[in-house]
Write a protein that binds this ligand. Structure first.
Ligand SMILES: [Zn+2]
Ligand SMILES: [Zn+2]
Length: 212
């Protein structure tokens, strides 16, 4: 029932609870926002919604890069609280990049789902979709980008991916293998963004300033 996994059952149950809670809150919020937007639909509104989704995707990409940069460069697996849970997986990933491709969707993505709960639960209770539908579009786009980050990173390491994913990778719509391979080919000191990769053009410059 819980699928195949190689870590404690309590952790696996926690992952399913996180994913279930997220699907409940995010599903209802997305439905409310979609209804509100559909009542206002026009070409300018359509353009606005697309721009908000792209902006949210870009923020998720930049956030993935900043978190990755921090966890690659500061602390160690022995750091209290965050060491084992957050620093260690990134350091282990440099040693064995393919290990993350072994886990199923829950194992790979549940941590990011959990991170999004403090965003989606307050949004569910306090965001008035009727009055702020575009804030809703941005929040839903943002958590969708964050949740897909580890999956997109995993696909960038897999030799074979679904055809649609391969097309999105080759068109630069999601993180491509070539772009991410730069991170793994050197000192792990550039191309930290692991959702889209486009925001590395900004983050690489900021990281280079630190090296001067
Ligand atoms: Zn990687
Ligand atoms: Zn790294």
């Amino acid at each position: 029932m819980l699928g195949t996994y190689d870590y404690p059952t309590s952790h696996r149950v926690f992952e399913f609870v996180s994913v279930g809670a997220f699907l409940g809150f995010a599903g209802v919020l997305t439905w409310q926002v979609a209804l509100e937007v559909s009542e206002r639909v026009s070409l300018p509104i359509g353009v606005l919604v697309v721009m908000l989704i792209v902006a949210a995707y870009a923020v998720a990409d930049l956030a993935s890069g900043i978190v990755h940069f921090l966890l690659d460069n500061f602390g160690s697996p022995e750091t209290p609280v965050i060491g084992q849970k957050f620093v260690k997986p990134f350091r282990d990933h440099h040693v064995d990049p393919m290990a993350m491709t072994q886990g199923d969707f829950i194992a790979v993505n549940a941590d990011n789902v959990f991170v999004c709960l403090p965003v989606i639960i307050p949004a569910f209770f306090f965001l008035d979709a009727a009055h702020h539908p575009y804030s809703g579009v941005f929040i839903v786009g943002l958590v969708a980008g964050v949740i897909m980050t580890n999956q997109l990173h995993k696909w960038a390491h897999m030799p074979a991916v679904p055809r649609l994913v391969a097309a999105a990778q080759s068109k630069g719509i999601v993180l491509s293998k070539q772009h991410h391979s730069v991170h793994h080919s050197g000192e792990y000191d550039r191309n930290y963004c692991i959702t889209w990769g486009r925001l590395d053009s900004l983050l690489n410059r900021l990281v280079a300033l630190r090296e001067r």
